[in-house]
Design a protein around this ligand. Structure first.
Ligand SMILES: [Cu+2]
Length: 153
């Protein structure tokens, strides 16, 4: 009885934090999620990258469900929410964890070929300079802080 309770608790905590974790070299990839978005619009992607190895870089990403994926950074400048493309990607310092999250770094899925619906997963391939490529399922869910003036954030 106690054991079953523990297993259920473990399963529940996995669900709460994102059940999927992947690895590319020494980089632990977890908590990948996206938001619902209509076909023809832009989607977002958030994920936590914990680099247990040498300095690396997230250089690009791609997905079959969008025309292309850009790496962006959101910031507030002069009271306005802005976002900037990061064409060189995101540095992943040795031993550090970098989170792509609302109001910060994010993936932008440009030109969705189909709607992203809550409960589905989107396969996104992340490409690292040294660790190579890995395809990660992003859970589509509502939530997080309310979108900013940039409606897709
Ligand atoms: Cu963006």
């Amino acid at each position: 009885m106690i054991r079953r309770t523990l297993i259920l608790a473990a399963a529940a905590s996995l669900l709460a934090t994102g059940a999927f974790a992947a690895k590319a070299g020494a980089i632990d990839i977890s908590g990948a999620w996206s938001r619902p978005a209509p076909a023809g619009g832009n989607g977002v992607g958030y994920v936590v990258l914990a680099n247990g190895g040498k300095a690396d870089r997230l250089v690009s990403a791609s997905t079959p469900v969008a025309g292309r994926v850009e790496i962006h950074e959101s910031m507030v400048m002069g009271g306005k929410a802005m976002m900037h493309p990061r064409p060189r990607g995101i540095d992943l310092p040795a031993g550090k964890t970098v989170a792509l999250k609302p109001e910060s770094y994010h993936l932008m899925l440009i030109g969705l070929k189909k709607p992203l619906k809550v409960g589905e997963t989107v396969a996104v391939t992340l490409k690292f300079e040294k660790a190579g490529s890995v395809t990660v399922p992003f859970d589509v869910r509502a939530g997080g802080p309310a979108p900013t003036a940039m409606s897709h954030h």
